[in-house]
Design a protein around this ligand. Sequence first.
Ligand code: 13P
Length: 253
Amino acid sequence: MLVAGNWKMNLDLAAARQLTSGLVSTIGKTETTLVAICPPFVDLDATYNILHGSGIRLGAQNMHELDSGAYTGEISAPMLKAVGCHYVILGHSERREYFGETNESISRKALQAQRHRLVPIVCVGESLAQRDGDRQNAVVEEQIRQSLSGISIAKGSELVLAYEPVWAIGTGRTASPDQVEAMHTHIRSLLVELFGQKNGYAVDILYGGSVKPSNALELFARSNVDGGLIGGASLSVDDFASIVRSAESAASS
Ligand code: 13P
């Protein structure tokens, strides 16, 4: 299980430090669940210093596809490595929608992340219109095939996939456990086709979209659900810690 918090564009340095310290003291050591937080770029260095030694890992929310150069405002993979990042979220639906990210640019970023030993958390998910048209499987399949083009896997732990239906993000409207399980099973068979049985099963598939303490356990208990990518609820120590405990319970049952 993996539970990762996507803080999005929230929390300045002081607030980031406060939340991170609270998480470190409240979550403590976990048995079966990997925990990560993905703060804004400017909070990464300070939060890493608080996380260091706690077992909670650090991730970023985006990166550029090249090492360095004249790309004003961008951040590179080597820079993220240097401040202690383990993960990087790529192709979040907000990046696709507001910043024009495409499957092609996401696949170049994913390759670049792996080249620098960062684990990409590649996000996919259909819009409400696509779900209403019953096109979610085809949409997600195309996103995965194109966003992972050129990606290879030796162990499975070098890639994480996040299924985040756009209509469930920040809306309070969670996909039902049946909807989530059906999509995750579809994604699993695709990963097996792309990477083989062993590696296809070793990739964690996270669900994201209005995960909260009240629904985390029923989602994590479903097959092929290997954890969650948490937005709003990751900004509260109590909510995020509770979601981590749900992952621990789901893994041990
Ligand atoms: P919410 O949990 O706020 O719906 O956000 C989900 C998300 O986008 C995580 O990346």
